[in-house]
Design a protein around this ligand. Structure first.
Ligand code: IMP
Ligand code: MG
Length: 178
């Protein structure tokens, strides 16, 4: 089993890039069908979703706009519950079909807070796509339209996800060694 070290912690290979690609192919095909003729605005949530957003958007073959917001709620390996918007949206979303692109929904706290803020800006509809979902950690009722993969409640890194800022550039996903 391939293991790596990031700062003080050891991680083991969990989801190889080939599996990641297949999962993204599946939801991209569905999203392309569903969103055709809707002129969607994709809102990617930085920093974590940058890799997923890039691979996903290359497979969405319809006219679409892409924008970025930044929120932060993690410190080390635990969610602090304190969600801050660090970087905001510049374009109007009024009357638009919005597709949120998130790396992972864990407790659902970040997504719930963000959806509330987006809804206040009167979009026509909001769809939510997330690369990963930790179903057993979910504490809020958030509508999830597109989930690429579900994972257990382990701490993971890679493919955009970080441990204290490191590991985002790994093409595969690794989980914390117990
Ligand atoms: P939530 O607000 O608890 O749903 O947490 C969402 C955010 O926490 C995600 O957008 C990620 O940035 C981060 N996060 C959640 N789980 C992990 C993990 O296992 N590794 C790295 N970051 C994570
Ligand atoms: Mg995130």
């Amino acid at each position: 089993m391939e293991t790596i070290k990031i700062k003080d912690k050891e991680f083991e290979l969990f989801i190889p890039s080939s599996e990641i690609e297949q999962a993204i192919d599946r939801i991209a095909e569905k999203m392309t069908k569903d969103l055709e003729k809707k002129n969607p605005l994709f809102i990617c949530v930085l920093n974590g979703s940058f890799m997923f957003a890039s691979d996903l958007m290359k497979r969405i073959n319809i006219p679409a706009e892409i924008s970025f917001v930044r929120m932060s709620s993690y410190s080390g390996t635990a969610s602090t519950g304190d969600v801050k918007i660090v970087y905001g949206l510049e374009e109007s979303i009024e009357g638009r079909t919005i597709v949120v692109v998130e790396d992972i929904v864990d407790t659902g706290n970040t997504m719930e807070r963000m959806l509330r803020q987006l809804e206040a800006l009167n979009p026509k509809e909001i769809k939510v796509s997330t690369f990963l979902l930790k179903p057993d950690a979910l504490k809020h009722e958030v509508p999830l339209d597109y989930v690429a993969l579900s994972v257990p409640t382990d701490f993971i890194v890679g493919y955009g996800l970080d441990y204290d800022g490191y590991g985002r550039n790994l093409p595969d996903i690794y989980k914390l060694k117990q």
